[in-house]
Design a protein around this ligand. Structure first.
Ligand SMILES: NC(=O)c1ccc[n+]([C@@H]2O[C@H](COP(=O)([O-])OP(=O)(O)OC[C@H]3O[C@@H](n4cnc5c(N)ncnc54)[C@H](OP(=O)(O)O)[C@@H]3O)[C@@H](O)[C@H]2O)c1
Length: 252
């Protein structure tokens, strides 16, 4: 058995039309998986699967807004019709909004929590039953360093990611004897649209570098090994864990 081989496995990645989700989707394809690309942007729902097909894998795009239980249900049904099953779920779709606590608008709190936390639970609820039926599955929830060590202005985001770490444990406990492993990846800063403003502000960019023991942001390819590891047989006895890919950010 190749410990890191995903040939024949089907992975579903929410929010994989750009950013880290696209990186996770392509990393899993590199390791052999077929990939259901999920998101909201029709152009990227064609582009990303086409690029994965060019890698020799089966891939297709599915409209799936994690804010709508109805759309989640429909999207998951379409994925199951197309691929037959889902072995790997990466809960990745997320968003952020940064202002001080006293100015934090209630509607932005709701948007962040509903996308980053409730969305993960609703997608897992739609996908995991067929994993349990087949006695095998991997759920990978994308958390953040802010789930453990936040910064100011990250009220709802830090709450959502702390919540992701906890729902990861609850899901892991409930499904541990049913063959479904549930773990989280908590990245530091990686250059995507979500953090573009910070990347383009020299003061904030350098603050992140100086705050990080390894002295820099992450490179996108540095997330590939962790997602492949957690999706692959190599991690079959690991569940309920959050792995920090953070250059040491959460060490101090
Ligand atoms: N970048 C970082 O430094 C960093 C660090 C730690 C954790 N993370 C986490 O990594 C994940 C991805 O972040 P990112 O940096 O790649 O962000 P991004 O570049 O802003 O991309 C976000 C992705 O999520 C999708 N999305 C947002 N709301 C959605 C919804 N309601 N339904 C379906 N899809 C939705 C977006 O789709 P659309 O194109 O349709 O908007 C997009 O594909 C998030 O969970 C984030 O918290 C990121």
């Amino acid at each position: 058995m190749d410990l890191f081989d995903l040939t024949g496995k089907v992975a579903m990645v929410t929010g994989s039309t750009r950013g880290l989700g696209e990186v996770f989707a392509k990393a899993l394809a590199k390791a052999g998986a077929d990939v259901a690309v999920c998101g909201r942007n029709p152009k990227d729902l064609e582009r990303v699967p086409a690029e994965i097909q060019a890698m020799g894998r089966n891939s297709a795009g599915f409209e799936l807004d994690v804010l709508s239980k109805e759309k989640i249900k429909r999207g998951v049904e379409q994925i199951l019709n197309h691929f037959g099953h889902i072995d790997i779920l990466v809960n990745n779709a997320g968003t952020n909004y940064r202002v001080p606590v006293l100015e934090y608008p209630e509607e932005m709190w709701d948007l962040i929590i509903n996308t980053n936390l409730k969305g993960y639970f609703l997608v897992a609820q739609a996908v995991v039953p067929q994993m349990i039926e087949r006695g095998y599955g991997k759920v990978i929830n994308i958390s953040s360093i802010f789930g453990k060590t936040p910064l100011p202005h990250q009220l709802a985001y830090a709450a959502s990611k702390g919540g992701v770490n906890q729902i990861t444990k609850v899901m892991a406990l409930e499904w541990a004897k049913l063959g479904v492993r549930v773990n989280a990846i908590a990245p530091t800063y990686f250059e995507t649209d979500m953090v573009k403003q910070i990347r383009n502000d020299p003061e904030r960019f350098n603050f992140i570098n100086e705050r990080t023991p390894m002295g820099r942001w992450g490179y996108l390819h540095e997330l590939e090994g962790t997602v492949i590891f957690l999706a692959a047989p190599a991690s079959d006895f690991i569940t309920g864990q959050t792995i920090y890919v953070d250059g040491g950010w959460t060490v101090w």
